[in-house]
Every structure is written in structure tokens, then in C-alpha cells.
Design a binder for this molecule. Structure first.
Ligand code: NI
Length: 137
């Protein structure tokens, strides 16, 4: 059977401050620039969620992308949309909220939630120019 990757795009917005508490304020400002602003800033994030598998002969789908949308919304987006990654999001506690760290935490929540479908790729766009990609390795 052919194996196909299907991708659902979802959007959310959230605030954060990229800050490492073990470093001095000066080091943080030098390292993270505007993203270290003490009074937060926000992004309109785009999350691309891909599942890979064989085509279900009954539906013709790998997995109904409406179901992907519902699972991703319930599992992560409702916890982060219109929230502050530093203050409001339980699974980001103690984690510097870069896109790299966010995408790994999203994976930990989404991979089991999407079973038996296989999550194969997450791409998190922080701006139209900057994205991170994770395959669960
Ligand atoms: Ni930022």
C-alpha cells in the first residue's frame, strides 16, 4: 500500500518572552534582543501537523484532517491560543519558550493523542520568515 503524508495547518497567537533565568539581564538582552523584552510580545504562529500512513481503503484518507484539527485543537491549541507561554501554559513551565522548545513540547502531547495515526512532522512558524521543524527524534 502506498504511504502518504497528510498535513493540516492550524493557527494560534500567543505571547512570550525569551529569557534564560540563569543568565544576567545583560546577557539575556544581548542573546535574545527584542525577544527578551520584559513586557512580552506576541506572534501569530502557524503550526503544520503531518501524519503519515497507508491509505484507509474505507475512507481513502490517511486520517481525516478534520479529526487532526480537532485533536490538535483540544490537545494543545486550547492551552496556548491567546495565552502567554511563560505564565499560562502548564507544559512550558521551566522551559525557555523558543519555537524549538515549543515544537518539542507540542510533539510530546500530540504524538500519543494522534495514535494510532503516526505523527511524522511538526513545523512551527513563528513569523513568515522563521520556522522550526521536528520529526520526534
Ligand atoms: Ni518572539
Amino acid at each position: 500500500m502506498p504511504r502518504v503524508t497528510a498535513t493540516r495547518r492550524l493557527r494560534f497567537n500567543a505571547a512570550h518572552r525569551v529569557h534564560n533565568p540563569v543568565l544576567s539581564d545583560h546577557e539575556n538582552a544581548t542573546l535574545f534582543g527584542k525577544c527578551n523584552n520584559p513586557n512580552w510580545h506576541g506572534h501569530n504562529y502557524i503550526l503544520d501537523v503531518s501524519v503519515t500512513g497507508e491509505i484507509d481503503p474505507k475512507t481513502g484518507y490517511v486520517l481525516d484532517l478534520g479529526r487532526v484539527r480537532d485533536i490538535v485543537t483540544r490537545t494543545v491549541l486550547e492551552k496556548v491560543d491567546h495565552k502567554n507561554f511563560n505564565l499560562d501554559v502548564d507544559f512550558m513551565r521551566g522551559v525557555i519558550p523558543t519555537s524549538e522548545n515549543i515544537v518539542v513540547e507540542f510533539w510530546k502531547a500530540l504524538a500519543p493523542a494522534l495514535l494510532p495515526a503516526r505523527l511524522s512532522r511538526l513545523v512551527l512558524w513563528e513569523t513568515e520568515n522563521n520556522a522550526v521543524e521536528y520529526h520526534g527524534e
